[in-house]
Ligand binder design. Structure first.
Ligand code: ADP
Length: 437
């Protein structure tokens, strides 16, 4: 047969060149190499039989194209795999948990340059991902589903990044790389959680307002009548006492004070209903020192009842703020009463109310005491309605107070006081600052 005569063996070394080009170069480059190979072969060998030469070249072209196609496909698959791998956070570890290979996104997640992570123990970045975890991988993974879980990665700069790690075991043949881990950054889902928490906060605020609204409406309805009746009786009493002449003067003054307090109680309920209904207070220009001064008779009463004198130190400089007078006083009273309750009746008990201008940061009002303070894990809970540690407490004071402060565009903060107990504070925006804005 004619083919038997074809001396095509001399083409064999050229297949290597074609394959190499197919693996690293483009299709055009491969065709070029095939063309050059045929031309060179013809030139070097010199052909007397044209048919023989054509058959040899034809065979060479056919086999070369086949090889080239296989080469191209292999290259494409490798390139695809490579680009997938370099776009996801993946690390491979050896038997001892050292990083053997790390993709760019994985290095970004760990907060290091890839070359700095190389050969270093993975547990350096995920401290809890120690030897025992790795051993369980290497031992169990061939049989069990690859373990995956939630871990905390600590970056060299100290930042903590939550990740989910999916793990798998590589074939034994790849002796230096035994475990492959893909890392999934969980920060975005935490951000979603934060947004959810904000939403829950808003919902709880509106729940608070609604439930307080109902309670205030009931209270207003139930208390209005006895309050009015008590005011009328007091008035009648005052008239009788006035007839007794100068002897009745002091009793008359006491009744006057009692009447003022009853009217105040009515006012408080009315304002509270307004706050609940509209969610907003009637803010007018007020001086903190003057609003606090109004409360002095109340603090005197507290001193008579408990023996605790509230220390008042309210600076008049920069104390002009926008406030709802009655509600502000209500908030202060709640906080002072809580502080007095907290310190008990021991001789060294201190409750202090201070007001200071903090220039750009507003006018700060602080109520502090040297009682037992509030445990760190209780600081959020105490604001929840119905949360109380007192036998006769309703657990509404702080919830109401916080709503009042928020309706003044401020936030009620709680912390530990330098006096030793709890410190509640909030900052109001001074009027001058508002006008300048
Ligand atoms: P109530 O006074 O009816 O208990 P509050 O909402 O005013 O309701 O207070 C809730 C709880 O917060 C109190 O029961 C108390 O445990 C805690 N608390 C409030 N103020 C202080 C304070 N100054 N020191 C220590 N604990 C306090």
């Amino acid at each position: 047969m004619a083919l038997r005569d074809v001396d095509h063996v001399h083409y064999l070394p050229l297949f290597g060149a074609v394959m190499a080009t197919a693996l690293v170069g483009s299709r055009t480059a491969t065709l070029f190499v095939i063309g050059v190979s045929i031309a060179a072969d013809l030139a070097m060998k010199g052909r007397s039989d044209l048919f023989d030469a054509a058959v040899g070249a034809g065979l060479f072209i056919a086999v070369s194209l086949l090889l080239a196609e296989v080469g191209h496909r292999l290259t494409n698959r490798t390139a695809l795999l490579h680009s997938i791998l370099t776009s996801v956070p993946v690390v491979t570890l050896d038997d001892e948990g050292r990083i053997r290979r790390i993709t760019g996104p994985a290095a970004d997640l760990l907060g290091v340059a890839p070359e700095d992570a190389h050969e270093r123990p993975f547990s350096l970045f995920a401290p809890d991902f120690g030897e025992d975890i790795l051993a369980s991988f290497v031992k169990d993974a061939p049989l069990a589903a690859p373990p995956s879980g939630y871990w905390l990665v600590r970056r060299p700069n100290g930042e903590i990044v939550p990740v989910i790690i999916h793990g798998g075991l590589l074939a034994h043949s790849m002796a230096s790389e035994r475990v492959v881990l893909s890392l999934a950054d969980q920060r975005p889902s935490l951000a979603v959680n934060d947004r959810m928490r904000d939403l829950m906060d808003q919902l709880s605020k509106s729940w608070r307002l609604n439930s307080m609204g109902e309670m205030a409406a009931i209270l207003a309805h139930e208390l209005n009548q006895p309050l009015t009746a008590a005011t009328v009786y007091l008035h009648a009493c005052q008239t009788d006492i006035a007839r007794a002449g100068p002897i009745g003067d002091s009793a008359g003054r006491a009744l006057d004070l009692a009447k003022t307090q009853l009217l105040r109680a009515g006012d408080i309920i009315r304002r509270m209903r307004e706050l609940i209904a509209t969610g907003a207070s009637q803010l007018t220009e007020e001086r903190v020192s003057s609003m606090v001064d109004d409360l002095r008779p109340l603090f005197d009463l507290i001193r008579q009842e408990t023996g605790i004198a509230v220390r008042i130190d309210v600076d008049t400089t920069g104390d002009r703020v926008l406030a709802d007078r009655i509600q502000f006083q209500q908030a202060i009273t709640n906080l002072v009463r809580n502080a007095v309750d907290a310190v008990g009746d021991h001789p060294g008990a201190v409750v202090s109310l201070t007001g200071r201008s903090l220039a750009d940061e507003g006018y700060e009002i602080r109520i502090e005491d040297n009682g037992p303070g509030i445990a760190e894990d209780q600081m959020d809970r105490i604001f929840q309605p119905m949360m109380t540690t007192k036998a006769g407490g309703m657990g509404l004071g702080l919830s109401v107070t916080r709503s009042i402060i928020e309706s003044h565009d401020a936030a009620l903060a709680v912390g530990r006081s330098a006096l030793g107990g709890a410190a509640f504070s909030f900052r109001l925006t001074p009027v001058t600052e508002l006008e300048a804005a």
